[in-house]
Design a protein around this ligand. Structure first.
Ligand code: IVH
Length: 683
């Protein structure tokens, strides 16, 4: 077994050992990325990987399917053209059920009059998601990935092997020894997009473009950073090897779509996440609707469903037009893209002083909603897209609430006008400054900023002051001169009652709600302070890790960065926030006004027994209450979680532990009992 360094001795043993190490790493990566079932811990993986790296350096040998090839490597100087063996077809499309039925009856007619007279089975359909990413074509020979290419014209694409290798789900080697081309869609999950954007200087706006841009980037390191994913749905060409060790693979081992997918699965390809069989076109249409209903809950973009005839002989019989096969059709869902006129741009001020260009549009239907506004992100974005007032622009919904302008049409209009970023703040008239990609008004006293900060402070995830809205904030600012959050706690009920729309009862209720907020959790309080780049989760983690505002204020950058979801940008934001006199005064005033965030302070030992572990405690412990056990883990440097996930590294199973224990076993996570737990805690 790899991991035992005694085994590395003679050269031939070394070669064998390297092969075993590569196999083990590939197998665990497959379990993790494609099956979503980790079988070893991250630390174990790292140790094996480092051992392989060292061995490769020492011997100068790197196997073709070594996982160390996935990290990127040297940028290319240009993409080489690659001729596909089998053509990559595009799909005929429709947006109506009538269109689907028409397609199906044409196919049925052709099928029932086969040219060579062979009888064909009754038509069965497969319905899949139409994934919206970048199509890639993977070529395998003799069990190895030898090429990857973009679709291009369908006949010739661009060779992107180093880029494709960085996608963890792309198998670098497979058991099938013949030659084949596998088609799939490379996508970027929204979760990966959001994670990337959290630390990116230039955020990615759209998952499809992010995936396409990543693969069509000459530098494979850029591809690697984007954490793309893959789903495969088609074998374009297959030529089995007569001596394949698996006898059933010496001929083409499938004659319909489901078996083709099964063959891909056996060769460790990630396959299309949904492939529903239908016996007739009504059923197929019902599947399309069912898939459409899942659209908003998916972690990736789809733009429709694909209906395919399953039987491959029928497919061959039906053939194709010059553009697309007759055996498949795409049912496109409601457009998430639209074109409309850009009528004006205003610059909106957020609570951090950031000025964001907001596009005002001629109303247009987008994914079933009427859209009148869209974001243009920042001045550089406007310039890059060459967008002007009066131009026709195209919009796309990309998982966010407010749609985004992706670009303009080629058409130009005589009344077009450039969008000029303001030199002074539209609200307060102070000169604005450029920081990174964004314009800022640095006047902290600027009214819209103050109002937005007050509203944020009171919002649900922050101090959760009931009935307090942005409107309330504006009213208090204008009528009572409230400028910052601490002043909320000294509000006078009589003065409030006189405000338009208030009255005694509402005034009393608001005062009561403000009072209640004094004991919100430390995490909520931190979030309420509005530290740039600190969202609810980071705020909660900071609160748990440091236990008090003072401890966070004094925290060293290293200690901050050591936390799971804190990078340099967040650490810097925190440090900057606490370096400001004004912020410190605000905190002191809030404390003086009686704000006492509820603190769960746990002193974590840097050398504790659970440093680096994410622990789930389940079942009944005889010696400790659940909460005590969790606090003990935290005090010993570990993190505590409620549910068992891939991130869990250890499960403590007490008496009659149930489903969490089952899940831990299924995921191959280390499980210990109460006695071992107490021993490790030295209690
Ligand atoms: S099958 C015709 N299945 O959509 C046989 N294509 O507009 C090959 N696509 O570039 C395509 N999801 O790459 C098929 N489940 C799916 C798909 C899918 C997305 C892409 C395909 C092609 C485009 C056609």
């Amino acid at each position: 077994m790899p991991g035992d360094s005694n085994e590395r001795r003679a050269d031939s043993r070394g070669a064998e050992y390297m092969r075993a190490l590569v196999n083990r790493l590939n197998e665990t990566a497959y379990s993790y990325y494609t099956l979503d079932k980790p079988i070893i811990s991250d630390a174990q993986w790292d140790a094996l990987y480092d051992e392989l790296l060292a061995l490769e350096r020492e011997t100068g040998v790197r196997l073709p399917d070594s996982p160390t090839r996935r990290v990127g490597g040297e940028p290319l100087s240009a993409f080489e053209p690659h001729a596909h063996i089998a053509r990559l077809w595009s799909l005929d499309k429709t947006t109506t059920e009538a269109g689907v039925r028409e397609w199906a009856s044409r196919a049925e007619k052709l099928r029932s009059s086969p040219i060579d007279g062979d009888s064909l089975p009754p038509i069965e359909y497969i319905v899949e998601y139409k994934l919206d990413g970048l199509t890639i074509n993977l070529t395998y020979e003799n069990g190895a990935l030898v090429q990857a290419a973009t679709r291009g014209s369908g006949v010739v694409g661009e060779a992107i092997l180093p880029q494709a290798r960085t996608i963890r789900q792309v198998p670098l080697s497979i058991p099938f020894l013949g030659k084949m081309e596998v088609q799939g869609e490379a996508i970027m999950r929204f979760s990966a997009l959001n994670a990337y954007n959290r630390s990116a200087d230039v955020p990615l706006k759209n998952a499809r473009n992010a995936a396409a841009g990543a693969l069509r980037n000459l530098d494979p390191n850029v591809t690697a950073q984007r954490r793309l994913d893959l789903f495969c749905y088609q074998i374009g060409m297959i030529e089995p090897a007569p001596d394949d060790p698996n006898p059933s693979w010496r001929i083409v081992p499938y004659d319909n779509h489901a078996d083709m997918l099964e063959f891909l699965r056996m060769n460790r390809f990630p396959i299309s996440p949904e492939a529903r069989t239908a016996k007739n076109i009504d059923e197929a249409i019902a599947h399309v609707r069912a898939l459409e209903a899942t659209r908003d809950s998916l972690d990736y973009l789809i733009d429709g469903a694909v209906i395919k005839i399953s039987d491959l002989k029928t497919r061959a019989e039906l053939g194709s037009t010059d553009k697309f096969p007759r055996w498949a059709i795409a049912f496109k869902f409601r457009a998430e893209e639209a074109v409309t006129r850009l009528e004006a741009v205003t610059w909106e001020l957020g609570r951090t002083g950031k000025l964001t260009p907001l596009a005002h549009l001629a109303p247009v239907d987008l994914a079933g909603a009427t859209v009148r506004r869209a974001t243009l992100n920042n001045p550089g974005d406007i310039e890059r897209k060459n967008v002007r007032v009066g131009a026709m622009v195209w919009l796309r919904r990309s998982g966010d609430v407010i749609p985004e302008i992706l670009g303009r049409t080629d058409e130009t209009f005589p009344d077009e006008e450039p969008i000029v970023p303001p030199g002074v703040c539209p609200a307060c008239g102070m000169p604005v400054v450029m920081r990174g990609a964004y314009l800022y008004c640095e006047n902290r006293d600027c009214r819209p900023q103050r109002v937005a900060r007050l509203a944020h402070f009171a919002s649900r995830d922050a101090m959760d002051i009931e009935t307090f809205s942005e409107k309330t904030a504006a009213l208090l600012y204008d009528a009572l001169g409230v400028r910052s959050a601490d002043e909320l706690y000294t509000l006078d009920a009589t003065a409030l009652a006189d405000l338009p729309g208030f009255g005694e009862k509402r005034a009393r209720n608001l005062i009561e709600a403000i009072n209640i907020s004094k004991t919100r959790s430390l995490g909520a309080f931190l979030y309420a302070l509005g530290i740039p780049n600190v969202g609810t989760k980071t705020a909660r983690n900071l609160a748990e890790r440091f236990g008090s505002i003072d401890a966070i204020r004094c925290a060293q950058t290293d200690a901050l960065i050591a936390m799971d979801d804190v990078g340099e940008i967040v650490a810097r934001s925190v440090a900057d926030f606490f370096a400001s006199e004004e912020n410190l005064r605000l905190i002191a005033n809030l404390e003086r006004a009686g704000v006492r965030p509820a603190v769960e302070r746990i002193e974590a030992a840097a050398d504790g027994a659970f440093v680096g572990e994410t622990v789930v405690i389940t079942g009944t412990l005889s010696g400790l209450m659940r909460k005590e056990a969790q606090d003990a883990v935290r005090a010993a440097g570990g993190a505590v979680a409620d549910s068992v996930t891939k991130k869990t590294t250890l499960v403590v199973a007490g008496e009659s532990a149930g489903s969490k224990l089952d899940k831990a076993r299924a995921l191959g996570i280390t499980v210990i009992d109460e006695t071992t737990f107490m021993e490790r805690l030295e209690l």
